[in-house]
Design a protein around this ligand. Sequence first.
Ligand code: ADP
Ligand code: MG
Length: 289
Amino acid sequence: MTEKTVKLINGYEVVIGFETHTQLATQSKIFSRASTAFGAQPNTQACAVDLALPGTLPVMNQKAVECAIRLGLALGSHIAPVSIFARKNYFYPDLPKGYQISQFEIPVVQGGTVSFFVGDEKRTVRLVRAHLEEDAGKSVHDEFIGQSGIDLNRAGTPLLEIVTEPDMSSTEEAVAYAKELHKIVTWIGICDGNMQEGSFRCDANVSVRKPGGPLGTRREIKNLNSFKNMQIAIDYEIRWQIEEIEDGRKIQQATVLFNPDTGETRAMRTKEDSADYRYFPTPTCRRCT
Ligand code: ADP
Ligand code: MG
């Protein structure tokens, strides 16, 4: 790769890696025949498989795999001839099975690059992988007093999670990457790109370090769903981390949420490691139609 100019902020180098959840433009869910159409009445598009009723089995949606392969071909990735699904175990009310079906050891798309321009400088960001997984349902907090509702329409919606190496070194570059990836997934027709409806959600992993030093500890800003918010959130996070370090505090690895009303990021939970999820392979069947 050609040397790129890295701008320092108050003497610190910024390091950013992205995880993007793209909702795949299939008619039905990744492991069931329920519709993925947006905006239906709660729980009218959740079938026995999505509800995790005993005795149901996930049946792979061929179209979702084709979408993943199309992205891999567009980005020069290796396409795994055989890939496997894994259970990612965690407890949350919107996850009726108690685990999410995802990919861990062998994702369908491996490596590849996204290239774009920042001003007149060409940048190339390397991908680690892109893996298929199912979305969870949604908790509804504002419609019932003292109670939460669960809407499982979104449970089982196919997602492709696209993970980069920590190759970006400014907010500007990170936003330019996200815009380029958004262009690519909509152009090749695998995602409708509607950020307001959550079809393209970015998690930005941000850390800072002294030039040439070891990588700093990252904090992950979840679910950025507009380019504007992405820019404000990453800028805020960089300034916050530098101030913490300058004040003599250590950065704790954490998952943080961006509040668009205040323009600030706030820690939601300390970060899980993959061991916390107790991944193990899960069977899926092939849909025959
Ligand atoms: P997870 O967040 O699921 O634990 P990974 O360990 O694979 O997953 O890392 C997620 C993302 O964090 C990747 O995009 C990676 O490039 C980025 N990342 C890893 N280390 C750093 C770091 N020190 N600073 C910024 N981003 C990082
Ligand atoms: Mg992550």
